[in-house]
Design a protein around this ligand. Structure first.
Ligand code: PTJ
Length: 259
């Protein structure tokens, strides 16, 4: 990993890039994942590289949904594994979710590398690797269609960070509740999901772990109330307005700026 000077104004962003590059070198992240990260960075700039109130509201609804679920599953791809394996394991143990590897660019080597990384970070069981991906989601042609009968296939709620739109739609058709983490509020995944957390996964996942710890003592009634009052269409619309307002403000500020 390259050393980034701590006092560099974009230290954190550059460190995250280094993690993605390291994941690529270790065979966890695919080259297309490096590009996808760049798209994410662009949207992160637009929201101001912080967890905005709409994302926080979505996180609370997501955690409540996971805590209420009968059979929740967290779907993990290469980018997710390299950035937040530890948090995936922590969240899964608090909400009682299974962890399943699910890849767009599937290869046996990548499945194993991601499983190893999750196990290194404390996972006891990782589904969706090799023969365990024994079911197929109908109507999807990508490798994302392969799922485990003990995992996503059986799940009532699936957390799908950095997902592609096709599978997000297919999971909905199968009657699953989906929770997306996606910096792009305009993506198909964001629009078809029941709950969309528009935030960088490196901020969203640690926050989900914290919120899950806080909410794990709540009664089912309290959790239901949080889920029932949540409206994803309103949240997405508010996120887009948030970005638009922020850009207008920045444009006005730039007029009075000397640089
Ligand atoms: O590991 P694989 O083989 O499953 O492949 C993973 C990628 C990410 C390459 C694959 O799922 C893919 O092509 O995804 P998309 O369709 O590019 O969608 C990824 C979405 O995640 C985009 O909307 C990005 O803006 C968003 N995104 C990228 N980085 C982050 C992010 N969202 C939250 N946090 C990020 N760090």
């Amino acid at each position: 990993m390259n050393t980034i000077p701590r006092d560099h104004p974009r230290y954190w962003s550059l460190m995250i890039r280094e993690k993605i590059v390291e994941g690529f070198k270790n065979g966890v992240v695919v080259l297309q994942g490096v590009i996808a990260h760049g798209r994410g960075e662009c949207f992160d700039y637009l929201i101001g590289e912080e967890t905005i109130p709409q994302a926080y509201e979505a996180i609370k609804a997501a955690v409540a949904t996971l805590l209420l679920a009968d059979y929740p599953v967290i779907s993990v791809n290469g980018n997710v594994a390299t950035l937040v394996s530890r948090e995936v394991v922590e969240l899964s143990s608090i909400v009682g979710a299974k962890i399943e590897v699910n890849l767009f660019y599937r290869s046996r080597d990548r499945e194993e590398a991601i499983k190893d990384l999750l196990i290194e970070n404390g996972a006891k069981e990782v589904l969706g690797v090799g023969e365990d991906a024994d079911r197929v989601i109908p109507e999807i042609s990508s490798e994302r269609r392969r799922v485990s009968s003990r995992g996503i296939y059986k799940a009532d709620v699936v957390l799908i960070p950095l997902e592609d739109g096709d599978r997000a739609e297919a999971l909905k058709r199968l009657g699953k509740k989906t929770i997306a983490i996606d910096l792009n509020p305009l993506s198909r995944t964001s629009r078809v999901s029941d709950i969309t957390i528009v935030d960088n996964i490196v901020r969203a996942m640690p926050l989900m772990v914290k919120v899950a710890r806080e909410m794990s003592g709540m009664s089912r009634d309290e959790l239901y109330k949080i889920v029932q009052s949540y409206d994803n269409k309103r949240i997405l619309s508010d996120v887009i307005k948030y970005i638009a307002d922020r850009l207008v403000k920045l444009a006005e500020e730039s007029l009075s700026n000397d640089i």
